[in-house]
Design a protein. Structure first.
Lengths: 356, 384
């Protein structure tokens, strides 16, 4: 099914509805677009205890759910039974969401390394070092893995062996997960700027300042870069030039990342609201209170937007009204995995749930 | 209001301190008896002359600029100017660098104790932390010798400190949420007391405080606190440096008085805490420490700077009391049982309700332990 497994080059509709191989479903950040309507879950099919807090999002491929817990363990969970298939122990805490590439699963570690682990066996394939913690999720495109580090650099490495291609120092710590397009890589930075880098060389193509640091990860669609900033604004930038096409002010800083489906954009704010916009105009379609604080990213399933904000909620795309709410997944940092009729949730306290 | 505190035996350090007494504001028929408290500091630790109450006992510098925070956004250049001016006033130095050099040397490992509880609505502002980091770096302290820390890493995440602070420094959340493990804490430095029959009666000091940092710059926020009255310099220093502290308050009772001050006496915390910079950009007058309700959060744009946490908290307490009076809310000292609610939703939206009988007397109690000046008349309060 995954002939080359580089999900960056694969639109969501081409992948199995039961796969969710990277942060927000695929590297196009469509976040579930194309999935069938998300029904209200009625029960927990299974519950898995990782034994440590989980502050990243799970990913799913070929019936295996991969979850990194803060204590450094990468868990492979058989979703049919809810049991452990293997566990890999990294030499540091993990806050990075794993990403799949071929037979490897990649993730960053607080010891500054990015690990590639055999997804079948749980054995390390390679690791590559930066100078500080890696919380961003590695992104693979055209055989190159891109990630940001708190050392202030974006790294590009050969995804097969972990050999360095280039690194580019920016002006602040990087916790934003890059978006890798065919020729450019987009990323937010703690210095408050959104950067576009040449994918081949790391050279800065453009940078656009915002009013405070950036914790959010960009989505790119129709030549528009969407991202939130701690300056309270959602930005839509021209992907070619960095020019601001529109921006919208929320009530507090934004650490959430946008999810996109056609002309529909959703993003959360620390003011506790989920906002929906028109991609082209920036016009607000609706905003809905979903929790006290929102830092996680929404995901989409055709006619629903789903988000973890203390509880897990599904909202109607058209109206923003809450369709259902599950008081599970008590996290404001993780992102649910929507896989057909099953939803997988990671909780701050380390519990993983399969809801159906 | 005062608490009658009886020091029965011992001294601070490797020996123990036993404290008993009841707050006269508490109803005797409803208050559990204050248990004895054992404090175990780092053995043979030599106290520093910079330790609490520090170089300038009783002195508090207050600086206010209404343009420092506008529509909840903080101006980096204005905060920089305010901090520079306040540091010079506190120390009497004419140069900013010399002012900081009173406290920090290039060889120091500097811990910056933030208060991320209540993020994002009200927490230690990253803009202020950036200025502190810049000032410490200007003294010659390498970036890797600067640690920004607090107890819960998830609260630090919500504040996005990781993304917003400069490269090179370390940001340490000592423990993850909901774990009782003591990894990250020094097992021989602790406070032991059984308040409500809890199974774990010890609170341990963070290892980075016991062993790694040589100086601590404390950055509390300006907030009402449902259990302790206010959370200021003393409480931010104690609760967060020590673990397992929520056990000191069980509704409606709270033993934050006298425990907050007692914890601050434990070495090496007392010696290492050389400077306190209170972030009053935002001011929570009800619902602290965790409220996200903007109705109770004002934006006065204040910084307080002191080496004496007792004097600083006394000024803070007066400010929060004044604000509550302006809004018609009951005093922090009020102990009317009718004001107590078990419902956090009611508490968060009704300024006349509270979860505990607040204990602002912890500040005076800390003064009696020698940590600073609690008498307003004796405080050298300099307003710039």
């Amino acid at each position: 099914m995954f002939s080359d497994l580089e999900m960056t080059t694969q639109i969501a509709k081409e992948k199995s509805p039961r796969d969710w191989p990277t942060l927000l479903g695929d590297n196009a950040r469509t976040a579930g677009q194309g999935l069938r309507p998300l029904g209200s879950p009625e029960k927990a099919v299974w519950q898995f205890r990782t034994g440590s807090a989980v502050r990243s999002a799970p990913v799913l491929h070929d019936g295996i759910l991969y979850v990194a817990s803060v204590n450094g363990a990468l868990h492979a969970i058989d979703v049919a039974a809810g049991t452990s298939k293997w566990k890999f122990e990294a030499a540091g805490q993990v806050h990075s969401t794993p990403a799949l590439f071929g037979d490897a699963i990649l993730f960053g570690c607080d010891n500054g390394k990015v690990y590639a682990v055999d997804r079948h066996l749980g054995k390390k394939l390679w690791d590559a070092a930066s100078q500080s913690e890696v919380w961003s999720s590695p992104v693979v495109r055209n055989g190159v893995v891109f990630f940001g580090s708190a050392d202030g650099k974006v790294y590009a490495m050969d995804a097969e062996k972990g050999h360095s291609r280039w690194s580019q120092e920016l002006g602040g710590r990087i916790y934003s997960t890059p978006y890798a397009a065919e020729h450019q890589v987009y990323v937010g930075c703690g210095d408050g700027k959104v950067y576009s880098l040449e994918a081949a060389s790391g050279k800065v193509v453009w940078s656009t300042p915002t009013g405070n640091g950036i914790d959010s990860s960009p989505a790119v669609t129709e030549n528009v870069v969407l991202i939130g900033s701690e300056d309270f604004f959602v930005y839509a930038l021209n992907a070619s030039t960095g020019e601001v096409r529109w921006k919208y002010e929320t009530g507090l800083g934004i650490a959430s990342s946008p999810a996109v489906s056609g002309d529909f954009v959703a993003i959360g704010s620390k003011d506790g609201l989920l906002y929906a916009f028109d991609l082209q105009t920036g016009q607000l379609r609706w905003k809905t209170v979903v929790g006290e604080v929102v830092t996680a990213s929404p995901v989409m399933a055709d006619d629903s937007v789903c988000i973890q904000a203390g509880a897990t909620l599904a909202l109607d795309v058209a109206s923003g009204k809450v369709r259902w709410r599950a008081d599970l997944g008590g996290s404001i940092q993780s992102v649910p995995v929507l896989a057909g009729d099953t939803i997988y949730l990671a909780s701050l306290n380390g519990e993983i749930y399969a809801l159906r | 209001m005062d608490r009658r505190t009886f020091v029965k035996a011992g001294c601070i350090g490797s020996a123990s301190l036993l404290v008993q007494g009841l707050d006269p504001m508490m109803r005797a028929d409803s208050v559990p008896v204050m248990p004895s408290v054992e404090l175990h500091g780092l053995p043979d630790y030599k106290p520093s002359p910079l330790g609490l109450p520090g170089l300038f006992p009783g002195r508090v510098v207050e600086i206010r600029d209404q343009n420092a925070i506008v529509r909840n956004r903080i101006s980096q250049p204005i905060v920089r100017r305010m901090l520079e001016q306040a540091m010079k006033e506190l120390t009497g130095e004419t140069s900013v660098r010399e002012a900081w050099a009173k406290f920090i040397e290039p060889k120091d490992v500097v811990g910056i104790k933030i208060n991320p509880s209540g993020a994002p609505a009200c927490c230690s502002s990253p803009e202020i932390i950036r200025e502190i980091i810049a000032a410490v770096r200007a003294i010659g302290v390498p970036a890797r010798s600067i640690l920004v820390y607090d107890r819960y890493s998830y609260e630090i995440d919500v504040g996005s400190y990781q993304a917003l602070l400069p490269t090179g420094i370390r940001i340490v959340g000592i423990q993850d949420a909901f774990t009782s493990a003591i990894a990250g804490y020094e097992p021989t430095v602790y406070c032991d007391a059984n308040f409500f029959g809890e199974w774990e009666t010890r609170s341990y000091m963070a290892s980075i405080v016991a062993h790694e940092v040589t100086k601590i710059i404390n950055v509390p926020t300006m907030k009402d606190h449902s259990a302790s009255g206010v959370t200021g310099a003393l409480k931010n220093l104690a609760y967060g440096t020590f673990n397992n502290v929520a056990r000191t308050h069980r509704a409606p009772h709270s033993f934050t008085n006298p425990l907050v001050g007692m914890m601050c006496t434990v070495e090496p915390l007392r010696s290492k805490a050389v400077l306190h910079i209170m972030d009053g950009m935002r001011q929570v007058w009800h619902g602290g420490p965790l409220t996200q309700v903007q109705n109770f959060i004002e934006q006065p744009g204040i910084l307080l700077v002191a080496t004496d946490p007792v004097a600083m908290d006394t000024i803070e307490l007066e400010a929060i009391e004044k604000k509550r009076r302006e809004h018609g809310a009951p005093s922090l000292w009020q102990h009317d049982p009718a004001s107590i609610t078990p419902d956090t939703r009611v508490f968060f939206h009704d300024a006349s309700k509270n979860l505990f009988f607040r204990q602002p007397g912890h500040i005076v109690a800390a003064g009696k332990l020698g940590l600073g000046v609690a008498d307003l008349k004796q405080i050298d309060h300099r307003v710039l």
